[in-house]
Design a protein around this ligand. Structure first.
Ligand SMILES: O=C(O)CCC(=O)C(=O)O
Length: 301
């Protein structure tokens, strides 16, 4: 294995997908949403769908293994265990066009159709994938944060589809603050390495994200996860983990989707991913050659 240096936001290779990457792949599957799940998602900002992508676990694990074995062959590899800390906390993103198992999931699974319905959108545009792995023995918490302030997009119709790839007890799984997506408050992003807040002056954000101690138990959503269990959550929903040591490897594959009202947005600091020169002005939709509309099927076959 080649170790990734802690590059975080700095990629060694181009994150841009080639134009024809989805051509010739199987059509996306259609998903039949349960209206109660949509209601839970809209109320809490998160809903758990048991076993939704169980069929994809082996393929996604295989793709993630290459991503982890050769981190520097892929975009934005990052190790977030501080020097001297135990275990490994790896993440990497924007590799969906390089790792065939990821490409297949984006194009051919029911994720796009699912995203479209949870967003109550007429289309689902793919933003990027993000993978996470904490090895056994890791004690690094995922800092409490929400995703929108990291991104160069804005709007309300968005969703992350987070597929668990291992059994994960509730005390080390990602957990959520129910209802936090509705507050309208944006919090400064945090560095995964040490949980520190980004050093930014951003008029859109006026506060430091709260920590779990501040939450009432009744508002926490923490789930024990099996491989294939899937969390659907809003880019605005606060989430994080405890620093409880992971007893076994815990991997996840997350995809980020944009609905009708999501547009390009410039933030004062660097975004994550640091997407620049997209050829669009703030307020315009993200360019479809780089961020493909997958649902409804645009007839790529
Ligand atoms: O799995 C984790 O610990 C972090 C997941 C996360 O932050 C995300 O998917 O946005």
């Amino acid at each position: 294995m080649k170790e990734s240096t802690n590059k975080g936001n700095h990629t060694t290779i181009d994150w841009r997908p080639p134009e024809d990457v989805l051509k010739g792949l199987a059509l996306p599957l259609s998903y039949e949403v349960n209206i109660n799940d949509v209601a839970t998602f809209e109320r809490d900002g998160v809903v758990l769908l048991r076993g939704a992508f169980a069929d994809w676990v082996d393929r996604l694990r295989a793709g993630l293994q290459r991503n982890m074995d050769y981190p520097n062959d892929y975009s934005f590899p990052c190790d977030s265990v501080a020097p001297g800390g135990k275990g490994r906390f790896f993440d990497s993103y924007c590799n969906w066009h390089r790792i065939s198992e990821y490409t297949d999931f984006v194009r051919s699974s029911a994720a796009a159709s699912m995203a479209c319905q949870f967003m109550r959108s007429t289309s689902a545009q793919f933003f990027h994938e993000h993978v996470f792995c904490k090895d056994a023995g890791t004690q690094t918490a995922t800092p409490w944060h929400h995703d929108l302030p990291y991104y160069c997009v804005d709007g309300w119709q968005n969703v992350s589809i987070y597929v668990s790839l291992d059994f994960t007890p509730a005390d080390t799984a990602v957990r959520f603050l129910a209802g936090s997506h509705r507050s309208g408050q944006l919090y400064y992003p945090r560095h995964f390495l040490d949980g520190s807040d980004y050093d930014l002056e951003d008029p859109a954000m006026s506060a430091v994200a709260p920590l779990e101690d501040a939450f009432e138990e009744k508002d926490l959503r923490a789930f024990e996860l099996e491989p294939g269990d899937t969390l659907i959550f809003d880019f605005r929903t606060l989430h994080g983990t405890t620093a409880v040591e992971t007893k076994s490897r815990r991997r996840a594959f997350s995809t980020r989707w944009l609905g009708d009202d999501m547009v390009y947005f410039e933030r004062p600091g660097e975004t994550s991913p640091p997407l620049k020169d997209l050829g669009v002005q703030p307020g315009m939709r993200m360019p479809e050659d780089l961020f493909p509309v997958v649902w409804p099927d645009p007839g790529l076959e």
